[in-house]
Ligand binder design. Sequence first.
Ligand SMILES: [Zn+2]
Length: 198
Amino acid sequence: MLYPTPIAKLIDSFSKLPGIGIKTATRLAFYTIAMADEDVNDFAKNLLAAKRDLTYCSVCGNLTDEDPCDICTDENRDRTVLLIVEDSKDVSAMEKIQEYHGLYHVLHGLISPMNGVGPDDINLKTLITRLMDSDIQEVIIATNATADGEATAMYISRVLKPAGIKVTRLARGLAVGSDIEYADEVTLLRAIENRTEL
Ligand SMILES: [Zn+2]
């Protein structure tokens, strides 16, 4: 089916988003052109601003509009505990339960031997530097309960243990293969309360 170029391009843009096939992309594109001018303007502005104004915190790697981020600079957070997650969405999930008050470290990926992703390919170097000069006594590894999540947890625990840092892992309340990001609050709360030492 041939559409005028502007809408064909819009369909193409939508179809690049995850989980959006060509059918949904077409529906979204037609919906967008039927929207009020003001709403379309806001949409475009928000897209550009999100891309322009957000950066990764140079300390923890979390997505932020200020570097260092709000969490890293918050004097009231417990600076002796550090929770390691795969990405920024996991930070939001943990913050939502309002039960964890320590610091974070965002890996931006997981070690995946199957896919050739090694320790140098994720945000681990800054973690080591960070730990060398800090008050952190416990590192909680909160990677997902998948093969890659396990491989990453094992690697981190192997590296940190000789440095005398207590390394724990979220409890098995989380189903194997499940995503921290989608865990319900009670499950997540239990997982952090019942964390086990590695
Ligand atoms: Zn930060």
